[in-house]
Each structure stands twice: as C-alpha cells, then as structure tokens.
Design a protein around this ligand. Structure first.
Ligand code: 6CS
Ligand code: FE
Length: 307
C-alpha cells in the first residue's frame, strides 16, 4: 500500500521532538442546526476537550449500566482477545470492540448525540475506529500513563491525520478520587514525537501498561507548567469529548469506588487507516478498524435496546 506523506514522524529520532499541528481541530464553525453552541465549538477547538452533561436519561443510563455489569460479569460472552486485564492480576481493565459485541453499545455508538456531534466537529462522515469499556475496579484499577492517542494511532495503526476524536461516556461516578481522566488543555496543538522504536506486537503490553509512544518527562513538565492539568469529573451520563491529540492519562484507583467509562473513538472516513507510520505491522482489527463502516446517526432513546 502506497504510504501517504508522514506529517507527524514519531519513534524515529533519538531525541524528543515537537511539531506544530498542521491542521484544524474543530473543522466546522457554528451554523444553524449545529448540535453544539458556538461557545462549545470554540472551547473544543481551544482546549482540545469538551464536557457535555445530561445527554442521556436515567432510564437510558440504566440500560448502559446493566449492559456494563453483564459484560464484566460474563466476559465469556465476548471474544477473549478483546479482554485486557490489569498488569499482574485477572481484574478486567478493558473490553475492546464493545460496539461489535453488544447491542446497547452498538446503539450508543450510532447515537446522533455522539456520532452526530463527532461528524459535525470532524466535518465528514465518521466510523468507529475503536471502542472500549474502560473499567477501573476499586482498590486495583491501575493508571494510564500520559499519552496522545493520535501518536499511537498514527505510529501503530496508520492514521494519517488528526481528524479523529474520543468520547468517554461516564457509566459510574467519575470523582476526583477514583482515577478520573486528566487532560492538559491546549496540548493538542503540538505533536510530541516520541523516542524508541515500536516493539513487535507492542499492543500486547501497551494496552496493560504503555511504555513506548509516551512523551518524555521534560516535555511533559514544560507542557503541564504552561497549560496546567484538568480532571473533568461528572456523574453517570456525562460525556467527555477529547481530540485525538490531546495529552491525557489517569491515575490508579485505590478507593472502593469503581470507575467505568465507555470509550468511542470516531474517525473521519476521509482519514481511514493507511500502513502504520512507525511499526512493522498494523494492530489487530479489534483495536483499530481497517474497513470503515460509515455511521448514519440514529435519533431516539436507548431505552428498550436489549443486550
Ligand atoms: O492504544 C490505544 O489505542 C489505546 N490506548 C490508550 C491508553 N488510549 C487510547 C486507546 O484506547
Ligand atoms: Fe488514551
């Protein structure tokens, strides 16, 4: 496959490098009928993240929470390779490809309140690049070290441009104590190229504990001092949208209160995956969809969607 030009070379140099983002963040400005206000679009563009409250009714949340419980309690119902456990234990850390293995999660992924907003901000038809149920059990949930998703998706999956975004649907209370997502506002405007060649089958380690494709401490220190760190919290039903290149991570969870989020990553159809830009072979389909399935956003309630 002919590889496109590499606008964001990473895992090549022996020193960390910073490259300016060479493309817009929010690709459509406000116009009548927009699913977001002009202020929300401006905030997403400026900060690289946006928090939306109360998108789903309590009854819809009950469907999603029951499905989350079902997936976690009976993981034998999902493909074994999509279940990622915590380092050093059998505790489930993530279940990938939930949009292909669960009716309620498939309906959530296609909902206009998510896919419709993604398509607006990315100014294109969108498909699910990756989905996962992130579960951070009480006492045992481990951290997700700082990283830019795009750096991994570019290097290991072959995502050409920064025209993708993640939506984290909070399914349990995300408080400041139980390991909420932390983001560095504005970090999405710069691409931090990482040092270190991608190991073979890197995903088998990185999804449990990522050690390659993580930024160096000096760059992180400078970025955090300049931009600060925020940890959006919220009750179940809150949705945190963040740009593919926003630097983020989360701490471990030593409280008794589990943290559970459904992550949906929307990519623009025009930004479909090429050959990896810094890896020998692409990662498996359950982590990165290589055949885009454009979404027709669905209106209506999630109530009654059965597992
Ligand atoms: O490697 C990935 O694709 C996944 N890893 C992290 C820590 N965030 C993005 C994505 O879910
Ligand atoms: Fe991430």
């Amino acid at each position: 496959m002919q590889q496109m030009q590499d606008h964001y070379p990473t895992r090549r140099a022996s020193e960390p490098q910073l490259f300016p983002r060479t493309e817009p963040v929010a690709r459509r400005s406000w116009q009548p009928g927009s699913p977001l206000t002009a202020e929300q679009i401006a905030q997403f563009d400026r900060d690289g993240y946006l928090v939306l409250e109360d998108l789903f009714s309590p009854a819809e949340l009950a469907v999603l929470q029951a499905e989350t419980r079902r997936l976690l309690d009976s993981p034998q119902g999902v493909k074994d390779e999509t279940i990622i456990t915590e380092p050093g234990s059998r505790e489930i850390r993530s279940i990938f490809e939930i949009h292909e293995q669960s009716e309620p999660m498939a309906r959530l992924a296609a909902d206009e309140r998510l896919a419709g907003i993604a398509g607006y901000l990315l100014d294109d038809e969108v498909y699910v690049h990756q989905s996962r149920l992130n579960y951070k059990p009480g006492f045992k949930g481990k951290e997700f070290y700082w990283h830019s998703d795009f750096e991994t998706w570019h290097a290991e999956d072959g995502m050409p441009r920064m025209r993708a975004l993640s939506m984290s649907v909070l399914l349990a209370e995300n408080t400041s104590h139980n390991g909420p997502l932390m983001v560095i506002p504005g970090s999405h405007h710069v691409f931090i190229a990482c040092v270190g060649e991608t190991p073979e089958d890197h995903y088998k380690a990185s999804l449990r504990k990522q050690e390659y494709g993580v930024p160096d401490e000096d760059t992180l220190t400078e970025l955090a001092h300049r931009q600060g760190i925020v940890a959006p919290t919220g009750k179940p039903g809150t949705v945190i949208i963040f740009d593919c290149n926003t630097m983020h991570g989360s701490n471990g969870n030593i409280t008794p209160f589990p943290r559970a989020n459904a992550f949906l990553v929307y990519n623009a159809v025009s930004n479909s995956l090429e050959a990896p830009f810094a890896a020998e072979t692409p990662r498996p389909e359950f982590i990165a969809a290589r055949q885009p399935k454009p979404i027709t956003p669905l209106a209506g309630s999630l109530e009654g969607v059965l597992a």
